[in-house]
Design a protein around this ligand. Structure first.
Ligand code: TXA
Ligand code: MG
Length: 324
């Protein structure tokens, strides 16, 4: 443990510094369009074990490997179905993660001992630049889970990363400040290891888009979890406050809903997004601010009626207090 250098984008050289740090085995937290990721060299077992330590995450919970270009897809993945190649070609860079049968490059330490590997090309320019610089150093693949402690809120700005993880990072690790994330919730995850795709985690890329672009219907059948599914722990994406999706707030409780819904008497408004898009963008930050204010209970009225709302509700349900 030690000091964390909190870096801003100051010079053209800057992404090179981040890439060198990664190549030297250090961790670099960086912005993506979804949430901030805690990056480490996906081929370096020490870097990957550092990610697990800093996040306090169980090592059987696999990490997403981030690449800058589709040219690296076949280094990491094999038996890529044609619908998946369409998804990758059309939707990358973007907020969708595809799970494939892995090649030898994807070691067990990155895949939680599974035979599959999760891949993503983020669209955030800083993320892409860092990945490109990293690849110029003769490597490929940056493992990057969300830059939070296991089970808690994901960070959508650099300051949140610093607060969540700063104390666990080492002297040469870096946090890159690229402002607030555009999407605000994590990528859609699609299992592409079978003949038809299966959505493992809903996100900014909708089912409709996946079916249209992939040219194939998604698998909706119930299956016992043969592979790791995101957010299986008891609480995930959770603030310190108890989260309720039903019932009425009492005086002093937090309240989050679309702008059009009035604040119940005595409740503390923690957010008034104008759309589901803004709901997603500001959700984690609003909950984080509620925690900072010491609010103990937060009541949320989720947005409804569009596909992004399905992804928001997925996070809220996993974060919600189990006993009401
Ligand atoms: O938007 C995102 O996806 C962000 C940014 C930083 O890219 N990353 C992110 O990573 O959310 P993480 O580790 O917090 O969530 C990734 C989820 C994990 O819950 C993990 O179980 C699942 O992806 N996952 C990773 N590899 C998998 C695999 N081979 N099969 C099934 N699920 C996998
Ligand atoms: Mg996460």
């Amino acid at each position: 443990m030690g000091h964390v250098q909190k870096v801003k984008i100051l010079s053209d050289n800057f992404t090179h510094t981040a890439a060198s740090a990664l190549k030297n085995g250090h961790l670099v937290a960086f912005p993506t369009e979804t949430v901030y990721g805690l990056g480490g060299d996906a081929q370096n077992p020490n870097s990957v074990s550092e990610i697990y330590r800093v996040k306090a995450r169980p090592t059987n919970n696999p990490l997403i490997v981030h690449i800058s270009s589709i040219q690296y897809l076949d280094e990491w993945a094999q038996n890529v179905p044609s619908y998946a190649r369409k998804l990758a070609t059309e939707l990358w860079p973007g907020p969708i993660t595809l799970v494939f049968n892995k090649t030898k490059l994807a070691k067990d330490f990155i895949t939680g001992n599974q035979s599959s590997v999760a891949l993503r090309i983020p669209s955030n320019n800083i993320a892409l630049e860092i990945l490109r610089e990293f690849e110029k150093l003769g490597s490929s693949g940056v493992a990057a889970p969300s830059a939070n402690r296991y089970g808690t809120l994901s960070p959508t700005d650099a300051n949140s990363v610093f607060i969540f993880l700063g104390q666990f990072l080492n002297e040469f690790d870096l946090i890159i400040d690229g402002g607030a994330c555009q999407e605000g919730i994590e990528s859609t995850i699609v299992d592409c290891t079978s003949e038809i795709p299966r959505i493992l985690r809903p996100g900014p890329v909708s089912k409709v888009m996946i079916e249209e672009i992939g040219g194939v219907e998604v698998d909706k059948s119930f299956k016992k979890n043969l592979i790791k599914v995101p957010g299986q722990g008891s609480a995930h994406y959770a603030p310190k406050a108890k989260l309720y999706l039903t019932g009425r707030p009492n005086s002093g409780d937090g309240f989050l809903a679309l702008e059009s819904i009035p604040t119940p008497l005595g409740a503390i408004r923690i957010g008034s997004p104008k759309s589901s898009k803004e709901f997603a963008q500001t959700l984690y930050k609003a909950l984080f601010m509620a925690d900072k204010e010491g609010i103990k209970k937060v009541y949320v009225v989720p947005s409804t009626g569009d596909e992004l709302s399905i992804a928001i509700l997925d996070r809220l349900k996993k974060a919600a207090h189990k006993k009401t």
